[in-house]
Design a protein around this ligand. Structure first.
Ligand code: SF4
Length: 248
């Protein structure tokens, strides 16, 4: 018996889960690859679908889909997008009847946190905010060595404290927590300890102005070193194709 395949949606050539058929038609699974979770683990999908039957979950999912819908508009020139994420956040909070938001932010984004707070409060929302360095606990407490401190061995460097951020927002019973720019890994702990609904306003990327996809978009050029090495021949073929297309 073949071992069970792991889902590989990111390598899917067909994406039949978003079929190009009318609302009344049913997509066929025949074209789905063997690693498709609809083929590999249909029971998991069935159980997930059951969870949407819970009224609270269904309402949350419904409002999220309406929010998604409202981020587009049809114009004579065609469909176009609207609403930056901060506007979406305000709109979604309104849909859900949320009045009290928690903002967990990175010390490196203190300026942005102040502006976000001002915007949200200006929209009538109450904001409870929690900075990552709360507690002021030296990094040595979690086993960081002097030479592993960003400011150098002699600096006093407080550790990031995402668990405290989460617990403070939990204890405040915020309707929703908003993560703003916590470090990779610290954000993981924050999510792990949050017991209220959480969303992300921005993730940290110190190099790209907190836009991690910039490096992905440049993965065929400036960040090509991240990609599998191409053979000399395939590079030459690409170059020849570019020349043939008239691109220098
Ligand atoms: S769910 Fe199946 S059809 Fe959809 S992207 Fe994943 S593998 Fe492809």
């Amino acid at each position: 018996m073949n071992p069970k395949l792991s889902p590989q949606c990111s390598k899917c050539p067909t994406a039949v889960c978003s079929p190009a058929v009318g609302a009344a038609e049913k997509a066929s699974l025949d074209q789905a690859p063997a690693f498709c979770p609809m083929k590999v683990s249909p029971e998991i999908l069935d159980k997930a679908l059951e969870k949407y039957q819970s009224p609270d979950i269904q309402e949350f999912a419904r409002q999220a889909s309406i929010q998604e819908f409202e981020c587009y508009e049809n114009t004579p020139e065609g469909r176009r997008t609207k609403n930056p994420r901060i506007v979406e956040l305000i709109q979604f909070a309104g849909k859900m009847g949320y009045t009290k938001l928690g903002l967990a932010f990175c010390a490196g984004l203190s300026h942005e946190a102040r502006i976000v707070t001002e915007i949200l409060e200006n929209q009538g929302l109450q904001v409870v905010s929690a900075r990552c360095k709360m507690g002021g606990i030296p990094k040595e407490k979690i086993g960081i060595k002097p030479e592993q401190k960003i400011g150098g061995p002699l600096s006093c460097e407080p550790m990031c404290n995402p668990i405290a951020q989460a617990e403070v927002l939990n204890s405040e019973k915020v309707d929703m927590a908003v993560m703003l720019g916590l470090c990779l890994g610290h954000d993981t702990l924050f999510f792990q300890y949050c017991r209220v609904p959480v969303t992300v306003l921005a993730v940290k990327d110190r190099v790209t102005g907190h836009n991690p996809l910039a490096a992905i978009y440049l993965s065929s050029s400036y960040y090509g070193r991240l990609m599998p090495k191409k053979t000399a021949n395939s590079k030459l073929e690409t170059r020849n194709r570019q020349l043939a297309a008239g691109n220098s």
